[in-house]
Design a protein around this ligand. Structure first.
Ligand code: GLC
Ligand code: CA
Length: 499
């Protein structure tokens, strides 16, 4: 498979910059804080990072409303701090992906301010505008009354996020530009310019926000959007052959096969395999049978295996934390599964210690129900759980105040902690190429009403029992890796073995 070699053994760690580590004591996480914690990431066993947007922004959607694509948000530091982060990460063998938000900007982006002017200018077609002040964009949310321009503009997400214009698959209105028109091309080239800017500074690629929705109109099969990505990524790969790209898409046939991304997230969509594995009421990791997960996954795996990688996630900044759904015992075996399947896995910061989803927190910066998954990393007992030396009421978001809130320092001392279990699983993955992205995969046992899952990766056999009852297996011999209990073929409750 023609993908960057380093992805074969990559394990990503997703960092929400506001909440990882506050390097200067002003109450909010920053890039220098992340730099200080790189050794932690390394020791955990992750060798790649995805940073959520760290660019200049009014932060009405946590930075997914970019005001300047080429400038680090002052609250996180300077561009120089980010270049230093690239350098220091690379010295430790850690790659860094930034978050690219190509579908929309902030309403405060200079392109948009120009675009909203009455006089035609170089940015008039940079966004999707109709040609009359009360005419909307049918089927899409739109805004009028905000600018001197005689038209309304299409939104991509929140009110603050006007849609960039990559053209329309099928043009049905005079104000729509075809996908191959110069205006659409100019937007694409502007985004390529942003990507080049960071790749030249040492970034290793991008996680691409809402990658599947660039071209508007009748692009239901996404063929136009896929063609755009294939061309754009091809162009960048010619210049930066080691660069890697992961799509927020959730459908490998399009994201990997047609759009040519290296990786595609297995997102939490109602009823899909990831959902039925981790989060649904009848999820496999809650001790139910694995068939609903296995069926959906095998379908995707079959489609993707020679094309690119499916990226399993523990969670992300948009979903309740995984600990909301699973107990610590289930998490241990669940992580064992997530990190030993083919493809390139992503661990959301704090999930390695089972940080909780703080469901009652008021919304912050457009987070709403996502806010509770974005609280400060819990480093150690004591002031602000080690996140910041600032005063507790100055924190960007409060830390988990529960008396038993888990911390990395305490868990590092306990050989049976979730943290040490994650480290052990990741060490195992790094030790055996069979367990990595490209190793072969086959299901040996998955049956209705039976919580046992047995699968093969290369020459290794892995067995998992996420239920609270022991199960009998056909396995023999001594496992080379074990979580929970295993004796003479009997796999105990919440147990996992590799042999
Ligand atoms: C993606 C991001 C999410 C953001 C949205 C709009 O889904 O993950 O956090 O709010 O896009 O950019
Ligand atoms: Ca700070």
């Amino acid at each position: 498979m023609n993908r960057p070699d380093w992805l074969k053994d990559a394990v990503f760690y997703e960092i929400y910059p506001s909440s990882f580590y506050d390097g200067n004591g002003d109450g909010i996480g920053d890039l220098n804080g992340i730099r200080q914690k790189l050794p932690y990431v390394k020791e955990l066993g992750c060798n790649a990072l995805w940073l959520n947007p760290c660019f200049d922004s009014p932060f009405k959607d946590g930075g997914y409303d970019v005001r300047d694509y080429k400038k680090v948000a002052p609250r996180y530091g300077t561009n120089e701090d980010l270049y230093a982060l690239f350098r220091e990460a690379h010295e430790l063998g850690i790659r860094v992906l930034l978050d690219l938000v190509p579908g929309h900007t902030s309403e405060e982006h200079p392109w948009f301010l120009e675009s909203g002017k009455a006089e035609r200018n170089a940015y008039s077609d940079r966004y999707v505008w109709t040609d009359f002040w009360i005419k909307g964009t049918p089927g899409h949310p739109y805004i009028g009354g905000e600018t001197p321009r005689n038209g309304t503009y299409m939104l991509n997400f929140f009110k603050c996020q006007p849609a960039l214009n990559y053209g329309w698959a099928k043009v049905t209105e005079p104000w729509q530009t075809p996908a191959d028109a110069p205006a659409a091309r100019a937007t694409r080239d502007a985004m390529a310019d942003v990507m080049r800017f960071w790749l030249e500074k040492g970034c290793d690629g991008f996680r691409v926000d809402m990658a599947n929705s660039l071209i508007k109109g009748d692009d239901d099969d996404k063929s136009y959007t896929c063609a755009l990505w294939k061309g754009l990524l091809g162009e960048l790969r010619a210049e930066f052959p080691e660069s890697a790209y992961v799509a927020e898409w959730g459908w490998p046939r399009q994201a990997l096969c047609s759009a040519d991304f290296d990786m595609d997230f297995y997102l939490d969509h109602p009823g899909n395999g990831y959902n039925r594995l981790v989060r649904s009421a009848d999820a496999y990791l809650k001790g139910n049978d694995p068939l609903p997960f296995v069926r959906d996954y095998l379908d995707r795996y079959g489609i993707s295996r020679d094309k690119g990688y499916i990226s399993f996630i523990t969670g992300n900044h948009d979903t309740p934390r995984i600990s909301w759904y699973l107990t610590e015992e289930q998490l241990k075996v669940g992580y064992a599964l997530l990190f030993t399947l083919p493809g390139v896995p992503f661990l959301y910061y704090g999930d390695e210690i089972g940080m909780r989803y703080l469901s009652t927190l008021p919304t912050k910066e457009g987070g709403y129900t996502r806010t509770g998954s974005r609280t400060p990393m819990q480093w150690a007992p004591g002031k602000n759980l080690g996140f910041s030396s600032g005063e507790p009421d100055s924190l960007y978001l409060p830390v988990d105040r529960a008396p038993d809130a888990p911390t990395a320092e305490e868990q590092a001392r306990d050989p049976n902690s979730l943290l040490n279990t994650v480290k052990a699983i990741l060490r195992l993955r790094h030790r055996f190429p069979d367990l990595q992205a490209d190793g072969s995969f086959e299901i040996l046992h998955a049956r209705k009403d039976d919580p046992l899952l047995v699968y093969k990766r290369g020459t290794l056999t892995l067995a998992l029992n996420p239920s609270d009852k022991a199960v009998k297996t056909e396995l023999t011999g001594t496992p080379l890796f074990q979580i929970g209990t295993y004796d003479k073929g009997i796999l105990g409750p919440f147990s996992f073995i590799v042999s």
